[in-house]
Design a protein around this ligand. Structure first.
Ligand code: NAD
Ligand code: G6P
Ligand code: MN
Length: 441
């Protein structure tokens, strides 16, 4: 069986140990010959690199493992780049979340004005990674889950249209695991229909392989409990703020009971609720810095000190196995059905061809082929058109260095109440992002 060389870009990410463990767990179907970590932060990379070097020697000595901050070393001789960078790190995520709150506007790392600010930073970092990959391993594929995925995908569509970059999100897979728990099924035995943008979509069908439809049974449950399950099916989305998000899906479903909603719609349909229930002094960035980031780096330091990863607290990021599914689909032409972010080109019939949408696709060695979802109702179409225009205006603003277009992008966001508030937030974010954004005119 062919063996693959993989570089994880954002090798100092809190998700790196979970992805490495998941890759080892899937070595029978996706065997590795080389695994490299790449980050542009030497200190973060060294801590996780040293700890994972110990773990790899113990658990997979046959795989050539290395970590580096040198792009050439990282990107030479690779088949896949799995990318999860955070340009500006947690320091900037905290600002993304807290600056809009000062103006009465809430959001998440991918939603609302903070998500837009993050988008303006991410584009530069992502283009850099793509260019390294194409320079040193022109045949490789990038499986990117660096956020905000919708904006990154639109930037790639315009600025690197021929690049082999696939932008993906774990939320549809994560929510499907919840749905399968609700109906007591295995997620692998279910096929869904779905339409939307990244972090902005709806399920229209959840069927088993015999064609039996379960959506009504799931809706019945969600209308009472949201996506909160009896048994926890996740390791990632479990903090109190996430539990609240899963629960709120109940009120999202009430707005349009025809479809099962993506949890992120709460930022657009209930922004007042989100703001009122937010602690403006302790946001998700604080929760993650004190939680996941601390745990992962403490654990890595412990491994280094002890010189062994036996009984370590690193655990397999099981829900991320969809990344292996995707790598296998490309490597072995499996034609697996997966929800992906792709250029619409008719997949949603009454939506612009050049919009980056999220729909089920059949994935093979040439990449994803979208499955047509037909026409969508006016309510969802209008919401999506507003949001996709926010994203398109932002990418145009980035390319043209246009203050005017970025202000329009913010003004159009359903999370922001007026052009004045949009301008006030934007001006503060420009100040905070001086080291990251292009200078706007
Ligand atoms: P993190 O801050 O712990 O890790 C990100 C790493 O990227 C840092 O070590 C940082 O130094 C590095 N980095 C930043 N800019 C870089 C560049 N230009 N080149 C190389 N490395 C760079 O963040 P995290 O919480 O672990 O999240 C990582 C990313 O994964 C984020 O973008 C997050 O939004 C994303 N994510 C996406 C999904 C999804 O569904 N698409 C799910 C989970 C996480
Ligand atoms: C989900 C989403 C990601 C998002 C993440 C935030 O997995 O699909 O796109 O980045 O949650 O998680 P965090 O724990 O960092 O708030
Ligand atoms: Mn996501």
């Amino acid at each position: 069986m062919e063996k693959f060389s993989v570089v994880i870009a954002g090798g100092g990410s809190t998700f790196t140990p979970g992805i490495v463990m998941m890759l080892l767990d899937n070595a029978d179907r996706f065997p590795l010959r080389k695994l490299k970590l790449y980050d542009n932060d030497k200190e973060r990379q060294e801590v996780l690199g040293k700890a994972l070097e110990i773990l790899m020697k113990e658990q997979a000595p046959e795989v050539e493992f290395s970590y580096t901050i040198d792009p050439k070393e990282a990107f030479a001789d690779i088949d896949f780049c799995m990318a999860h960078i955070r340009v500006g790190k947690y320091e900037m995520r905290e600002k993304d979340e807290k600056i809009p709150l000062k103006h009465g506007v809430a959001g998440q790392e991918t939603c609302g004005p903070g998500g837009l600010a993050y988008g303006m930073r991410s584009i530069t970092g992502m283009l850099e990674l793509i260019d390294y990959m194409e320079k040193y391993s022109p045949d490789a594929w990038m499986l990117n889950y660096s956020n905000p995925a919708a904006i990154v995908a639109e930037a790639c569509r315009i600025l690197r249209p021929d690049s082999k970059v696939l932008n993906i999100c774990d939320m549809p897979v994560g929510t499907l695991r919840r749905m399968s728990q609700i109906i007591n099924k295995n997620p692998k035995d279910l096929d869904v229909s779905y339409f939307g943008l990244n972090h902005f979509g709806w399920w229209t069908s959840v069927k088993d392989k015999s064609g039996k439809e379960y959506i009504d049974e799931i809706k019945e449950y969600v209308s009472q409990n949201g996506y909160l399950t009896q048994v926890e099916v996740d390791t990632q989305h479990t903090d109190p703020s996430w539990q609240e998000t899963h629960k709120k899906a109940k009120d999202l479903l009430a707005v349009d009971p025809r479809f099962l909603p993506n949890t992120y719609l709460k930022y657009y349909l209930y922004p007042d609720y989100v703001y009122e229930n937010m602690d403006c002094t302790y946001t998700r960035a604080n929760e993650v810095m004190d939680g996941r980031e601390k745990q992962v780096f403490d654990e890595a330091r412990k491994i280094i000190k002890k010189g062994t990863a036996k009984n370590s607290g690193f655990h397999i990021d099981a829900h991320a196995s969809f990344i292996v599914d995707l790598a296998c689909a490309i490597a072995f032409n499996t034609h697996e059905r997966m929800i992906m972010i792709v250029e619409n080109n008719g997949a949603i019939a009454n939506f612009p061809d050049d919009a980056m949408v999220e729909v089920p696709c059949i994935v093979g060695s040439d990449g994803p082929e979208a499955i047509c979802q037909g026409n969508i109702p006016m309510f969802e179409q209008a919401l999506m058109f507003q949001q996709v225009t926010v994203e398109k205006l932002l990418v145009e603003a980035y390319i043209e260095k246009s203050y005017q277009k970025l202000w329009q992008s913010f003004t159009l966001s359903k999370t922001i109440p007026s052009a004045k508030v949009a301008k006030d937030i934007l001006d503060d974010l420009i100040e905070a992002n001086r080291d990251y954004w292009p200078e706007l005119q």
